[in-house]
Every structure is written in C-alpha cells, then in structure tokens.
Design a protein around this ligand. Sequence first.
Ligand SMILES: NC(=O)c1ccc[n+]([C@@H]2O[C@H](COP(=O)([O-])OP(=O)(O)OC[C@H]3O[C@@H](n4cnc5c(N)ncnc54)[C@H](O)[C@@H]3O)[C@@H](O)[C@H]2O)c1
Length: 280
Amino acid sequence: MESTRGPQARPPQPTADAPAAEQGHAALPLPGGRFLAGRTALVTGAASGIGRSCAYALAAAGAHVHVVDRAADEAKAVAEETGGTVHAVDLADPEAVDALPAEIDIVVNNAGFQHIAPLHEFPPERFTAIQRVMVEAPFRILRRTLPHMYDRGWGRIVNISSVHGLRASPFKSAYVTAKHALEGLSKVTALEGALHGVTSNCLCPGYVRTPLVTEQIAAQSRAHGIPEAQVLDEVLLATSAVKRLVEPEEVAGAALWLCGPLSASVTGMSLPMDGGWTAR
Ligand SMILES: NC(=O)c1ccc[n+]([C@@H]2O[C@H](COP(=O)([O-])OP(=O)(O)OC[C@H]3O[C@@H](n4cnc5c(N)ncnc54)[C@H](O)[C@@H]3O)[C@@H](O)[C@H]2O)c1
C-alpha cells in the first residue's frame, strides 16, 4: 500500500557524485549552539564530578538546569554559575525526592557513592542506602517527570551507570547491584517512553577523574604503602586498554549528544566509555 505521508516524508538521499550538503542534508539540525533552549533539565549529584560537568554542558546548550545534591554549598555555586535552580536534597529521603519538580524535559540520574567491603562483612544499612539513592530515587524521579514529557511528546533520560552496570568487581556488591538495576530501569523506560518521544539510555564509564575516584586512589595508596601512580596503573587501569582516567567532560559530552537532535533513534542503549575494559 502507498504511504499516506507522501514522498516529502522521505529524507533526501545522497547520490554518488554530489556532496550531501548540496542535497539538503545541511538542513539537518547539527548539534552546537543553544539547541536545548526552552528545555528544563534535572541533574542529580550535580554539585561535583560528572553531574557538575553535565549541568554545565546542558546549561551551555540553553537548558534551565535544576541542580540537585545534598552538598548544599557546592550545589548552590553550580546553580549560580549555570543560571539554574538549586535543590539541597538527600536523595535517600523518598519524601524529599517526591518534592522535586515534575515539569522536567531532561533527567540525568547521576548521584551515587561507593562502599567497599566483602559481601559477608557488608553493612546492610549501607547496602540499603546505596539502593535508595542509586535505584529508588531514579525510579521516583522518572515516575513523576514522565507524564510531563509524555504531554510534550519529548523527553530525554540519561542514566549515569558504570562499567559496573555491565561487569562485576569483588567487594562492590551494593554498587554493582544498584548499577545493574539502573540498567534494567533504563531499558523499561525506553520501551514505555518510545511512543511518547522519550528516549532512555545509560552511560557506562570506567574510572573517571572525580572525587569519588581520587579518594579511592589515595586510600589504596595509604593502605598498600605504594605511590598513587602505581595504584592507578596496577589496580584501577589494569583492565583498561586506554591507560588513563576518563575525564568528566567526556561523559557530559556523551550526555549532551543523547539530548541532541541526532540521537532520537538511540534508546535502551548502554554506552561503555571504559577504555576497552568490556572489549575483553
Ligand atoms: N568516578 C567514576 O569513576 C565513575 C565511574 C562510573 C560511574 N560513575 C558514576 O557517576 C556518578 C557520579 O559520580 P562522580 O564520580 O561524579 O562522584 P562525585 O562524588 O564527584 O559526585 C557525586 C555527587 O553525588 C552526590 N550525592 C551522593 N549521595 C547523595 C545523596 N544521598 N543525595 C544527594 N546527593 C548525593 C554527592 O554529594 C556528589 O556531589 C555516580 O553514580 C557514579 O557511580 C562514576
């Protein structure tokens, strides 16, 4: 049967002897500039590290950013610098999470923390706290913000997972459990949101240069009595083919691409940014 959308619905097709730009492809909205003007974003854990870089990147692209973090002073500073709105909130508190704004177009579920201990010694209350902040808070934020995105027919969910959403490491039971759960939540969101113009994806970095990691390097250096450079090479980067930390701006760049005009078909995906760790 003939399409009722007509031939105009078909994107311009390149031919072998003419550059794409001369055939209409230049009309595609290339990312750059303030392509998120008029959009509202909510970034959790935006006072530091990856979340802060995401807040800056989204604001630079024109979004109004809600900066959510329990570190009140640092979050206030990020909100002031990005022209955003601060919410000094402990994401382990469900009532506080449910009081966050719901009229949001872009959610970056980023806040997280680590606790390292063997499973048989892992404190149950730390396990619960990690699931609360890294799984339940994202779920609560999504269930309240998706109706607004569905009404507008557009939304972007970026879940900052980890290589530990795809692979396990010993002594990180709560963190690995939480990141695998976030991967599942993201995929369900992708399936339910697709017909409403909402995409949901995970970014899965290896070790990123943030306080979360620099503190681990310093602690291991003290514990083993070896220089920090040796901890980095022989412990953290042992499985990474690229022998350097990921920079937070690299993760923010991927998040920005997922919110941009050329990634609407990318959903339910997990993007490793791990220097080749998961290629093994
Ligand atoms: N740094 C890495 O190597 C790395 C690698 C992969 C994934 N990640 C993930 O990236 C995310 C951000 O980590 P980061 O490295 O930027 O860490 P970070 O410590 O620099 O920042 C985390 C932020 O989350 C906030 N936060 C933590 N618990 C909170 C709570 N209960 N309520 C409100 N805010 C809270 C902290 O105050 C902090 O500002 C985390 O989910 C982490 O698991 C980090």
